[in-house]
Design a protein around this ligand. Sequence first.
Ligand SMILES: *[C@@H]1O[C@H](CO)[C@@H](O)[C@H](O)[C@H]1NC(C)=O
Ligand SMILES: *[C@@H]1O[C@H](CO)[C@@H](O)[C@H](O)[C@H]1NC(C)=O
Length: 364
Amino acid sequence: MFIICFTLLVLIAQDCASQDDEGPYRGKFIGKLNSYHHQVSGDVYAVDDLTVLLVNFNYDGTGEDTFFWAGDSGRPGPQGFIIPDEHGKTNILERYNGAEVVLRLAEGKRLSRLRWLAVYDVGTQNAFGDVYVPDEFDPPAPRSLGPLAPAPSAPVVVSSKSVRFLDANTFLIPEFRYDGSGEEVYFWAGVGPQPSARGFIVPNEHGYLEPLRAYRGEDVALELPGGRTVFEVDWLAVWDAAERRALASLLVPDALNVPPAKLRTHPHRTRLPHCKQLHRDYQVAWEVFGNQITIELAAQIEDGEYMAFGVSGNETRSQMLGADVAVAYFNAALQQATVADYNVTAVAPVSIPRGPREYPPRSP
Ligand SMILES: *[C@@H]1O[C@H](CO)[C@@H](O)[C@H](O)[C@H]1NC(C)=O
Ligand SMILES: *[C@@H]1O[C@H](CO)[C@@H](O)[C@H](O)[C@H]1NC(C)=O
């Protein structure tokens, strides 16, 4: 008899195949803070024209009347204005130790019009640290790349308006059209000079990795899976995996100046030898050892969502009804992961713990 062990991990990022690299993209680098007093230091990035990110920011917190301060001319001095702190408050700054701080400029201010940013003491008119914004600074912003270009010999018409990267991870295909006739057609992305079979599926707008349905001029918002960014892909395509050809495609320029991804993901990599991505936010990994199978479920799930995995209710296909599944979720109140055994006797919205989002269970 098989013994099945479940490990539950909430919050994933990397999918089964993706690689670690030099660290997350944080936006466009403005510079390092020049350090004058009170141990001010850190790296300054533009997230977009309204948002500044300080990384590894330090300040000893002992200034009397000290603020994040910016100006649009000259050099740091009394001619400036407060940038509210990470809580949107204009309180006197306290101590920061290696902090990551997101600052949103006040109404009507734009990073591209600033000359400098500082940690500035208004009482003593003293800059403790500052950084200058380069001339003609072009902050990250959503970028349009042009429409999906239909492949000349494609048997079906695939079209869209100009594809727009909203941030490094998310893009929009406006007015997407495809008749849904292919059996193995996917949104697809990869590297190399042109679309090829060596790409990966971009999950559909609901996060599933199934073949595409028909789209009749819909706006489709997609995320690159596994925490990948636009900098790791050279092209996007609508790919027919059965015929190994693109129905339509689009080249992605290098170094697209877009905001960083909004979603912060927690890196997770399974130690088990087999792994399959079931959904954009859900993967299963397993190992068979003697008479024991260890199954690890890893998902990015909200409070109130659950994941399920088990033996299909049908010997020949994946079927939820009749399945014997482990339902796993994170109980926020108890701060603990919970796994419960269920037999699926009816397909209906359930409340375990609440919320009707269902992942079809599949047999491994
Ligand atoms: C399993 O699926 C097949 C094909 O869809 C169907 O004919 C059969 O009735 C299903 N069996 C059960 C037990 O649901
Ligand atoms: C589910 O069904 C199986 C097979 O009929 C049975 O052995 C098991 O006890 C059931 N589990 C639950 C939680 O009802």
